[in-house]
Design a protein around this ligand. Structure first.
Ligand code: SF4
Length: 449
């Protein structure tokens, strides 16, 4: 819950020494309450007071870190229910499930399929980041441990789905250094699972027969001092899983109930077992409301392309334009003599235009202007992509010194700039591109012919 300035002032040293840069402790306390300065700017707050304030001002939802090195990822830590209120911070991660109850051929097929989806979109790598390795008493422990080793070899963050503390302990001995998630604490085993997870230093997933039992088990684990938790939304029904993710998130963020403030795991592979289309729909649903990890049977390009695009749109800050670095991007083996194409630094424009130019196979230098991360027409209307700004950018970046070609293709939507650009960039031939990026392939080929 947000603290008021007076609450902070009551805990302040009341020296009025000004060392923090504020004239009085009261003024400092008001600034802390507004979030404009950190409590650490005052050297005289007692450790107890700091602990009290940090607890009171901590975000309503915990950030849980899993994985290590370049595979480390943050889950949770959200502060709003809706993206437009501020921004979402930790994107949903997707996992493919394996089980020791599967036959060897099915396991091998899944392991071979996981690395197949791997591509980049607007600077973000899109791939299956996690593998859920489920332990079923129907399969053997040896097979499970073998499966854990095989999954670990794919260098993804693992989720060990296991409710047997002894088996979980053995599995964690193999992979605990990679900081997997152990998912399997429930009302009957939580004390033993808590010990196993804490000893291995990993996050613990909590399950419940229903939402009330889930809440009580999370509270019991908190009493044991474990706040490195995730909540499993359950497999009773899609309706119950959805209610659990939404109610926990609302209780955490709207009501400040910290026992509900943990990231979630959604088992779409169980909720829609054997139904790939329904699982694809659940992936979208729980990316929006509020799955931190969603587990599916498999991930193909057909599911991944729209899904990862949706995720990227949701988990970017709406207040910050998505930009690429202005400069020269040589495409298709372009050299200094290759024709120049220019456009704006809006990431989606760059992504679409560079994709079509690459498809044309024609060597060209794509010159990205600094247009404030806006699209072509928006930046033109805002005066950030005009003959003046383009000419200024060419001068600042010494484009004429870096390329020999004097042919410059400009977007069809700003054809109106042609005359002015020819005046501002003497010696350059200004060529108007088609209006739509998809027409660039033929256009570039014709230009080269
Ligand atoms: S440094 Fe601390 S004690 Fe001094 S005025 Fe600021 S808040 Fe008060």
């Amino acid at each position: 819950m947000a603290l008021k300035g007076l609450d902070i002032f009551k805990l302040s040293p009341k020296k009025n020494c000004k060392e923090c840069g504020s004239p009085t402790c009261m003024a400092f306390s008001m600034k802390v309450a507004q979030g404009s300065v950190s409590i650490d700017a005052c050297p005289y707050f007692s450790e107890d007071a700091k602990a009290t304030l940090n607890e009171a001002t901590a975000p309503p939802m915990k950030t849980i870190k899993v994985g290590t090195g370049d595979k480390e990822m943050a889950l949770g830590g959200e502060t709003v229910l809706f993206r437009h209120e501020k921004t979402f911070v930790s994107r949903t991660r997707y996992a493919v499930s394996l089980c020791n109850c599967m036959d060897d051929a099915a396991v091998e097929a899944k392991l071979a399929g996981i690395p197949k989806v791997d591509y980049e979109r607007i600077g973000e790598r899109m791939y299956v980041e996690m593998i859920y390795v489920n332990y079923s008493p129907e399969g053997s422990v040896e097979k499970y441990l073998d499966l854990v080793k095989k999954a670990a070899a794919l260098d993804r963050v693992l989720i060990l789905g296991c409710t047997d503390p002894e088996v979980a302990k053995q599995a964690l001995e193999l992979v605990k250094d990679s900081k997997p998630v152990l998912n399997g604490a429930n009302a009957s085993n939580y004390e033993a699972m808590n010990t196993v997870a804490k000893d291995a230093g990993v996050a613990l997933g909590v399950q419940g027969a229903d939402i009330n039992e889930l809440y009580d088990t999370v509270a019991a684990l908190e009493k044991l001092g474990n706040k490195n938790l995730l909540i499993d939304a359950g497999t009773n029904s899609i309706k119950d899983a959805f209610a659990t993710t939404v109610q926990f998130r609302r209780a955490a963020i709207k009501d400040g109930n910290r026992t509900c403030g943990y990231p979630s795991i959604v088992r779409a592979d169980r909720l829609a077992h054997g139904n790939a289309h329904l699982q694809a729909a659940l992936l979208s649903l729980f990316t929006m409301k509020y799955g931190s990890i969603v587990v599916v049977d498999e991930m193909t390009y057909a599911e991944a392309l729209p899904l990862y695009g949706l995720r990227q749109n949701l988990f970017t800050d709406p207040q910050k334009p998505m930009k690429v670095e202005p400069g020269i991007y040589p495409l298709n083996g372009a050299d200094k003599d290759s024709i120049c194409v220019t456009t704006v630094d809006f990431a989606l424009t760059y992504f679409v235009v560079s994709g079509e130019l690459e498809r044309s196979g024609v060597p060209c230098n794509l010159i990205i202007n600094d247009a404030g991360g806006l699209s072509v027409l928006t930046s033109w209307a805002a005066g950030k992509f005009s003959a003046n700004t383009i000419a200024k950018f060419f001068e600042e970046q010494d484009i004429a010194g870096k390329v020999n070609s004097r042919k410059l293709v400009i977007p069809g939507k700003v054809a109106v700039l042609k005359g002015e650009l020819e005046a501002k960039l003497p010696g350059w031939e200004i060529i108007i591109a088609p209006n739509e990026a998809v027409q660039l392939v033929k256009f570039m080929k014709d230009l080269q012919a």
